[in-house]
Design a protein around this ligand. Structure first.
Ligand SMILES: CC[C@H](C(=O)O)C(=O)SCCNC(=O)CCNC(=O)[C@H](O)C(C)(C)COP(=O)(O)OP(=O)(O)OC[C@H]1O[C@@H](n2cnc3c(N)ncnc32)[C@H](O)[C@@H]1OP(=O)(O)O
Length: 252
């Protein structure tokens, strides 16, 4: 199975389980994320944690070998919009959502982490929106979340436009990393929520509603839709086709 989903005493843990592909996202992982959202919406889950198997990678974005078959704008849009919808449903879950960034998060992997409320980042991890190096933009909503959630728009536009992963110190400095840890990542999660645990989950839900109301009033979902469409248009470009071909043939 491409993911492992466990309910640990009200903490729903979703681990992308494709370490042989640096935890790249394929349609099966998307199925799993949709299942996780349904569980949260229909039970008394207190936290959702998303992480990756192993210590090398959180997620390397879309599976280039699987998604390389998508050639046209509409073929790309179909995949992009499905994942953008999943990430919006995750972002607007009525509970705290934590990305436990156990390793590199690049491309769509960085988008997933950005859609979460918090990012607990390994000191060894490098994270970045490398989509630009493939001739496309973020396409799952990550760019819109970045501009929406963080101050210093100049730093965020630079983060996107350089298409270069940052190290954990830089990620903390620009405010993207909520916390940085060394060694045991689940221990880091437990420590991160320690104080929250003394507050009733109903309060956490009430505070999350404030953020969700702001996003609804500012038409966040509609703005994400424009990002998705723009990425789909760029997907058709020769630059993108060649960049993916180079990666798959390992010609850097
Ligand atoms: C809108 C989102 C958009 C989308 O696709 O929808 C994107 O996410 S675009 C960005 C897509 N992702 C990438 O371009 C990242 C590609 N991968 C890398 O840059 C590196 O693999 C990295 C930095 C994640 C890890 O580097 P490392 O040296 O540790 O590992 P390798 O490069 O040797 O990779 C090991 C193994 O995994 C395969 N792999 C890695 N990433 C992907 C991927 N995204 N899709 C498919 N396969 C991937 C890689 O080919 C190697 O396979 P092997 O058979 O061992 O050669």
């Amino acid at each position: 199975m491409s993911y492992v989903l466990t309910n640990d005493q009200g903490i729903l843990k979703f681990v992308i389980n494709r370490p042989e592909k640096r935890n790249a996202i394929n349609f099966e992982v998307m199925d799993g994320l949709e299942r996780a959202v349904e569980i949260v919406m229909n039970s008394s889950i207190r936290y959702l944690v998303i992480s990756g198997e192993g210590d090398k990678s959180f997620c390397s974005g879309g599976d280039l070998s699987e998604f390389h078959s998508l050639k046209t704008e509409e073929e790309a849009y179909s995949m992009l919009s499905r994942m953008a919808d999943i990430l919006y449903r995750i972002a607007t879950l009525p509970i705290p959502v934590i990305a436990l960034v156990n390793g590199s998060a690049v491309g769509g992997g960085c988008e997933i982490a950005t859609a979460c409320d918090y990012r607990i980042v390994s000191s060894e991890a490098k994270c970045g929106f490398i989509q630009g190096s493939l001739g496309i933009t973020s396409g799952w909503g990550g760019g819109t979340y970045l501009i929406e959630k963080f101050s210093h728009t100049d730093r965020m536009l630079k983060f996107l436009s350089e298409a270069t992963p940052l190290d954990s110190k830089e990620l903390l400095q620009i405010g993207w990393a909520s916390d940085v840890y060394s060694n045991d990542h689940w221990g880091a999660f437990t420590q991160f929520i320690q104080r929250m645990e003394s507050v009733d989950p109903s309060v956490h839900r009430a505070y999350k509603e404030i953020a969700i109301r702001k996003w609804q009033q500012s038409e966040l979902r509609e703005r994400i839709e424009k990002e998705v469409r723009r990425c789909a248009i760029l997907w058709e470009s020769e630059v993108h086709e060649q960049a993916v071909q180079n990666f798959l043939s390992k010609k850097k």
